[in-house]
Design a protein around this ligand. Structure first.
Ligand SMILES: [Zn+2]
Length: 490
């Protein structure tokens, strides 16, 4: 109950009228049967209020406390700004006049690989808790000659400007570092004559950090003063907000960084798998990997995954980064674990080599516990067309790694009777990856995305390629896993 003296001191800032309004609202909304006395000296009213709060805290009446905090904030909006969190009332000391105090001069948002704040354009402002009545915070800035030059920089990489003006906002709980972009649940942002509606800046499933700071570049005036207003209601947390000029990093620049500095060598990949296997004490079984990205259902070009994930399956760097540039969810599309930092991403050399040694028409391969990679070829007829495609695309692709004769190529008609076929140099049926590995089967045995299954269902991929549809039918006939009666009757 050490909070009580602080509450008592804080309440003294309110006027007698505000305090008695609080008690009236409490009597109406919380305490209709045991009304607190409204009249009396200021000290008496405060003591009454504090002892009532003490009772609620002792009884752990969370919902009532949330309502009470809201009543206090609403009735003394300029003097008091409380917050109820984890069983405690927090006094925020958030007063409009103190907004520019030095303790919030250095805010730092969680690093976003696509957007890097370069220069702050407005004051950093705290947006206090809001009840039923509308709250708003105004921001203004005028671009300097230097800002205009920066914003006019041409982009040589893609068609979007490399510098932008963006509005940053985050929940404020006293700390100013590692802030995750988030806006009050019900809000709108006015930018000069334009309005950014709340639904455009809402986090995904209420998860902070899953929304981008909105781009104000085209709405901003180049020479005149820019006026912004964040309007919101019903916010039980204060927010902190400001405007920056940011530098944008295009997706393929990030891919270049990954390919240059973040390659996890094949040896390390296999070593890690062995460690997982030893720790897990799981029976060794072969695993199926898809050559297609679980996000785009197209063949992976640059195979990446998080270094903290325990699976071999990768996803495509370009697809993953493009999606996260739009909506920064940062979760693994294979095991759905959060990827805490983009720096956790690695290019998997083992997977890259597997891709390089696997014909284009192949959707999946099997990795044996011994490290041997077996190609599962369900459409051998496509092999010829595949070779032609590869010749066409050879010049476009920059291989990540050199082809090494370390993958066994097996033509796989069914599970029990593998026919080993050498495609000629650099493939040799007897070649294996000579590192004994044990792959933990659990991550792959779970029903994962459809692309990870050995026989993917006819998705859009088949629908858009009529020739492929035809050959798939053909492969169904030779698939011994199908029921023969079913085949005959169809
Ligand atoms: Zn994962």
């Amino acid at each position: 109950m050490s909070i009580l003296p602080s509450l008592q001191a804080d309440l003294k800032k309110a006027t007698v009228k505000e305090l008695s309004d609080c008690i009236k609202a409490i009597n109406k909304k919380i305490n209709p049967h045991h009304s607190l006395t409204v009249s009396g000296r200021k000290d008496e009213i405060i003591n009454r209020l504090v002892s009532f709060i003490a009772t609620l805290l002792t009884q752990n009446r969370e919902e009532t406390l949330v309502t009470l905090v809201r009543i206090v904030n609403e009735n003394a909006p300029k003097k008091l700004s409380w917050n109820y969190e984890n069983g405690d009332i927090i006094i925020d000391f958030v007063k409009p006049k103190r907004d520019s105090s030095t303790n919030i001069e250095n805010v730092e948002f969680v690093a976003n690989p696509f957007l890097k704040p370069m220069k702050r354009l407005t004051a950093i402002k705290i947006c206090p808790v809001a009840g039923q009545s509308r709250q708003s915070r105004a921001f203004e800035f005028t671009l300097t000659e230097e800002d205009r030059k920066l914003l006019a920089t041409n982009n040589t990489v893609d068609d979007r400007p490399p510098y932008q003006i963006r509005f940053y906002c985050a929940r404020y709980a006293g700390r100013t570092d590692k802030l995750e972009v988030e806006f009050p649940n019900i809000c709108e942002l006015k930018v000069n004559d334009s309005v950014i509606p709340g639904q455009n800046i809402r986090c995904l499933k209420g998860r902070p950090g899953t929304v981008n700071p909105p781009d104000l570049s085209v709405m901003s005036k180049k020479t005149a003063q820019n006026n912004l207003e964040l309007i919101y209601i019903n916010s039980s947390f204060p927010f902190i907000a400001t405007v920056y000029i940011v530098e944008r990093t295009p997706v393929h620049h990030l891919i270049d960084i990954l390919k240059k500095d973040r390659i996890l060598s094949k040896g390390d990949v296999l070593k890690q798998l062995q460690e997982v296997q030893e720790d897990a004490d799981i029976i060794m079984e072969s695993e199926t990997l898809s050559t297609k990205c679980p996000l785009a259902f197209t063949r992976i070009v640059t195979p990446i995954r998080s270094k903290s994930c325990n699976h071999l399956q990768c996803f495509d760097a370009s697809t993953f980064l493009t999606m996260n540039e739009q909506t920064p969810t940062w979760s693994c599309p294979v095991c759905y674990r959060p990827i805490k930092s983009w720096e956790d991403l690695i290019v998997d050399e083992f997977f890259a080599q597997m891709l390089l040694n696997t014909p284009r028409h192949i959707d999946s391969v099997r990795v044996e516990p011994s490290g041997v990679v077996t190609i599962i070829d369900e459409n051998p007829d496509l092999a010829r067309r595949d070779e032609e495609d590869e010749e066409d695309e050879e010049e476009a692709d920059t291989p990540l790694v050199k082809t090494e004769p370390e993958v066994t190529i097996l033509l796989d008609d069914d599970d029990d009777d593998d026919v080993q076929v050498s495609y000629g140099s650099p493939y040799h049926a007897t070649d294996t990856i000579n590192i004994p590995i044990a792959v933990a089967p659990t991550p792959f045995e779970k029903p994962g995305p459809s692309c990870m299954k050995k026989r993917p269902p006819p998705t859009a991929d088949f629908d858009v390629q009529p020739t492929r549809k035809r050959t798939k039918k053909k492969s169904d006939v030779i698939d011994l896993t199908l029921d023969s009666d079913e085949e005959a009757s169809s």
